[in-house]
Design a protein around this ligand. Structure first.
Ligand code: UDP
Ligand code: MG
Length: 331
């Protein structure tokens, strides 16, 4: 692959019309001393506000001798994971960084991440959240529960991890070579096992707008992340089944003994408890299998992860300023 840039910056955007221009200003300031050619790849993930207009404006203004610009517009909202994938596919840099479009992944941290990458010769520099003060208490608690379970199930420690990650080209290529449609970017990069450096940072408040995540959406993400990365919940069902078998043998012996010794009928409570326990354990087991089945169903359909309705590409580095223009496409 031809790599015309030293650095690509991938930015997923969903209703970020207000924050995106501010983020670009911050990026321009952060990389003021950067002399190598670089590129911005902005993905409009089905925004209902003026995000695409902001991308078009930026593609004209930002390329004023600063950096080249690529914009991709999805036909609808496909989710942040899809947007990040589209960005990685479009990026042509030797290094690629993924950054939120709302300023919560501060561009001011980028020079430090680049410095660490150069000095320590690592393949991956991951920004780690130090403070989660901008998250609510329940969000923090849910995140902790999820990370603990993820660690237990997959051995990957994702506590404090986020999607603000700088990757060398071969890490990006490794990610793009993974064929799954249900994607979980931060776990997939950790899974590759390439040498990683961590850079801690405090999460600032959003530059503008509001988060699009709902608790339901986060729980769905957690379920697909776990079922996509580990079959441990399935073995867990098997173990619960084994435990149940042992308990039921003990209960059977006890029942037999009371029958033989002519003890009067008793044990309504224990019977109820046993029925309720195994009834719900059964349903839980079916539910877990259902989650895997749903995952398989989505993978086997093999639909595209996203659909593109428009692209824009403008070039500026070495001041060619040749605008390839906006083209509506029907791929
Ligand atoms: N985002 C996206 N598609 C979505 C939801 C969010 O591309 O369906 C983008 C969003 O524009 C932002 C980033 O993903 O750039 C993180 O989203 P957000 O700030 O809402 O999440 P949080 O900061 O709470 O993790
Ligand atoms: Mg945010």
């Amino acid at each position: 692959m031809n790599l015309p840039y030293k650095l690509s910056i991938v930015i997923p955007l969903h209703n970020e019309a207000a924050a995106f221009p501010l983020l670009l200003q911050a990026l321009r300031r952060a990389l003021a001393d950067w002399t190598e050619a670089w590129q911005i790849v902005a993905i409009d993930d089905g925004s209902r506000d003026a995000t695409w207009q902001a991308i078009l404006t930026a593609s004209r203004e930002f390329t004023d001798g600063v950096a080249d610009f690529k914009g991709v517009r999805f036909s609808r909202n496909f989710g942040k994971e899809a947007a990040m994938l589209a960005g990685l596919e479009a990026a042509q840099g030797e290094w690629v960084v993924v950054m939120d479009g709302d300023g919560q992944h501060p561009p001011a941290l980028l020079p430090e991440m680049l410095r660490r990458a150069a000095e320590e010769g690592v393949d991956l520099v991951a920004a780690q959240k130090r403070e989660r003060a901008t998250d609510g208490l329940s969000a923090r608690w849910l995140a902790r529960l999820f990370n603990r379970f993820m660690h237990l199930a997959t051995g990957l420690d994702l506590s404090n991890a986020c999607d603000y990650r700088l990757m060398k080209r071969h890490v990006v290529d490794a990610l793009l070579a993974m064929p799954e449609r249900t994607r979980f970017f931060r776990a997939m990069t950790a899974w590759t096992g390439f040498r990683q450096a961590d850079v801690p940072f405090d999460v600032p408040p959003r530059l503008a707008g509001a988060t699009a995540w709902t608790t339901g959406g986060l729980i769905r993400l957690a379920v697909t992340a776990i079922t996509g990365f580990s079959a441990k919940p399935l073995t867990l069902i098997f173990r619960i089944g084994l435990l149940g078998l042992v308990v039921s043998i003990v209960l059977a012996l006890q029942a037999l003994w009371s029958w033989l010794s002519g003890v009067a009928v008793s044990g309504w409570t224990s019977l109820t408890l046993v029925i309720v326990f195994f009834g719900s354990a059964n349903l839980l087991g079916i539910g877990v299998m259902g989650a895997y089945l749903a995952q398989l169903f989505d993978e086997i359909k093999a639909r595209p992860v996203y659909l593109v309705s428009a692209r824009v590409e403008t070039q500026a580095h070495d001041r060619r300023r040749a605008t390839r223009g906006e083209q509506e496409i029907a791929e």
